[in-house]
Every structure is written in C-alpha cells, then in structure tokens.
Write a protein that binds this ligand. Structure first.
Ligand code: 2P0
Length: 319
C-alpha cells in the first residue's frame, strides 16, 4: 500500500447525451451509451487511510456518515481488487448539494481513484471507470477531462468510459439553480419508472443516433449543434418520465418551464443558448464563454432570486 497517495480529486460531469435506464441493475449496465462534459467548478476530494476500527468509516464534509452506498461500494471493490483492510474514507464535496448537480459522479470517481492509488495499483482510467460505474453510473465519465463517452457495453468488461479527445472549444455551461430541495424521485427510481413508458424503446434508438450526431458535433467544435442535440435528448428523456405507465412524474417546476421559455426567446434573438436537465428541476444552459454573461444578465433580470453559476470545461482525475 502506498500511503503517499493522499488525495484524489474528481470533477463532476453533465451528460449531453443522457444515461436514463439500466439493462442490468446489479452491474449498472446502461441501456444507452452517454456523452458528457466535465466541469471545472464542481469536484470532490477524497483521501483514505487505515481505519482505526474494524470496519470501514466514512466522513463527508467533516461529518461522520453511515453512507450505505459507500460501504456497499467498498465491498464491491474488494471483490474486484482483492481484499484490503478496513479503510477510513474522508471526502469533501465542492458540489453544492443544492446545485442540482450529481455529486455522486465526482464522489464515486474520486473514491475509486483514491482507493486504487492507495493500494499501489496502477490501472488505466478505462478500468477505473468500470469500477466506479458500480458505485454510480455517471461516475464512470468523471475520470476524463473535457468530453467523455461511456460505452453502454454488454457486460462488466465492455461497459466503460473513455476520453473523446475533443478539440478545445469555448463552451460554457450555466447552472440555474431552481430549487434547493432534495430530489423528489431518486435517479435509480426515476429510471425504472421511465423504462415503463411505451416510448422507451424509441428513445433508446433515437439516443443511439443522437450519440453519433453529438460525437460528430464535438469533433467539429460546433457548439450550436452540441446544444441543439443536447436539448432534444434531455427533453425526450424527461418526456419518458411523464409518459411512464407506472407512477408517471416530472422533475420540472413552473420556474423550470419559465426558464425553458426564456431560453427559447433568447434563441429567437440570436443568442446561442440550449437547455439540458437532469434528475431535478434545475436548468443547465449550454452556450459559449463569450455569450454566458449576457444570458446570466437576462435571467437575472427576469428572476432576480435565481442562483446562477457559470462553469467551463474541467480536467480529469488528479492526485
Ligand atoms: C446522466 N443522470 O447521464 C443522467 C441524466 C441523471 C440524468 O446519471 O443509479 O446517480 O447511481 O447509476 O449516475 C444520475 O444517475 O445513477 C444520472 P445511478 P446516477 O448523468
């Protein structure tokens, strides 16, 4: 074990082509491949050391937690990496829990990278992504800077993420924090309900086409096209929630709808602004670094209480 690897830092990511459904819940194999942008502003730092007790212990933002998901995940890592003694895990989330950004992506990526480094193992990021996937699907994409793809795969070995090796581009993502409330339907539950929509199979097919179109748009650094495809993909995902045959639901609030219509108005005025939404009511706006201040100002005029953050492309995991 190499205790000189003290801390791993992983950034969160926003899916531009979404993961919204599992074909194998035990292995966390998704029904679609997904594609994401890693963000600079939001990240998790994690360090591990030997536990002072006979069990794994976990401290998050300096508070002791009984995080079942972390304990379960450490058991999975022991089956995959070989047994290791109980660990003390200390994490700090620099992802405001109220920002509507999945802290589970950066959290499980940082934890995976840190444990593997602590054990003195040198594994490629693709292998780390496979391991992290078992903790939280979106974590598989958080090892890579800029753009990443997670290939759905057909089994544990073939479902992993890798860098998209995209050109640099002046893309920005504005996070509009609509609600500080915790999610009313968790992601795993939301996905299960969405899969009962009669439109689900069509969405899977459409997503595969959009994945190819998005890959081309990213290679061409075509931010307008990236935004347009991302918005379409996200709205189709949220339509599945509404049309679920078992417990249909929506994450949207009136304020979400208002922001979506303001974004449309901005587009009519020639501003590059497209929305994407995850498992909550907050809206993330794909735009350019140059146009972000104008969009922030316009939203602030309409909704002075709305909390707005501008993020740009972030790095992969660091130690
Ligand atoms: C995504 N989301 O691709 C999608 C879009 C939210 C909406 O991945 O069940 O916390 O732990 O694998 O990764 C959020 O779900 O779900 C998510 P689990 P996760 O980013």
């Amino acid at each position: 074990m190499d205790s000189t690897f003290m801390t791993a830092t992983a950034h969160t990511n926003i899916a531009l082509i979404k993961y919204w459904g599992k074909k194998n819940a035990f292995l966390n194999l998704p029904t679609t491949s997904s594609l994401s942008l890693t963000l600079d502003r939001f990240y998790t730092t994690t360090s591990v050391s030997p536990s002072e007790t006979s069990t794994d212990t976990f401290v998050l933002n300096e508070q002791v937690c009984d995080a079942t998901r972390v304990h379960t995940f450490l058991k999975i890592l022991r089956t995959q990496l070989g047994d290791f003694p109980p660990l003390h895990v200390s994490s700090d989330n620099h992802v405001p829990t109220s920002a509507g950004l999945a802290s589970s992506a950066s959290a499980f990526a940082a934890l995976t990278g840190e444990v593997v480094a602590y054990l003195g193992l040198d594994l490629p990021k693709e292998t780390l992504s496979r391991l992290a996937r078992r903790g939280s699907g979106s974590a598989s994409r958080s090892f890579f800077g800029h753009f990443a793809v997670w290939h759905e795969g057909v089994d544990d070995d073939s479902s992993f993420a890798e860098s998209l090796h995209a050109p640099d581009m002046p893309i920005a993502l504005i996070v509009a924090e609509v609600s500080g409330q915790s999610k009313k339907v968790g992601s795993s539950e939301g996905m299960m309900r969405a899969m009962t929509s009669p439109n689900y199979d069509d969405w899977v097919k459409q997503s595969a086409n959009q994945f190819d179109d998005m890959t081309a748009a990213v290679a061409n650094a075509d931010i307008e096209k990236i935004g347009a495809i991302a918005e379409n993909n996200a709205l189709a995902m949220h339509a599945l929630n509404l049309t679920a045959t078992r417990q249909p639901f929506t994450y949207f609030t009136d304020e979400t709808q208002l922001i979506l219509s303001l974004i449309k108005d901005m587009r009519r005025q020639g501003i590059l602004a497209y929305a994407t939404l995850d498992a909550g009511p907050n809206v993330k706006i794909v735009t350019t670094k140059a146009q972000a201040p104008e969009i922030v100002a316009a939203l602030h005029d309409y909704l002075p209480q709305l909390k707005l953050d501008v993020a740009v492309s972030g790095p992969g995991i660091t130690y």
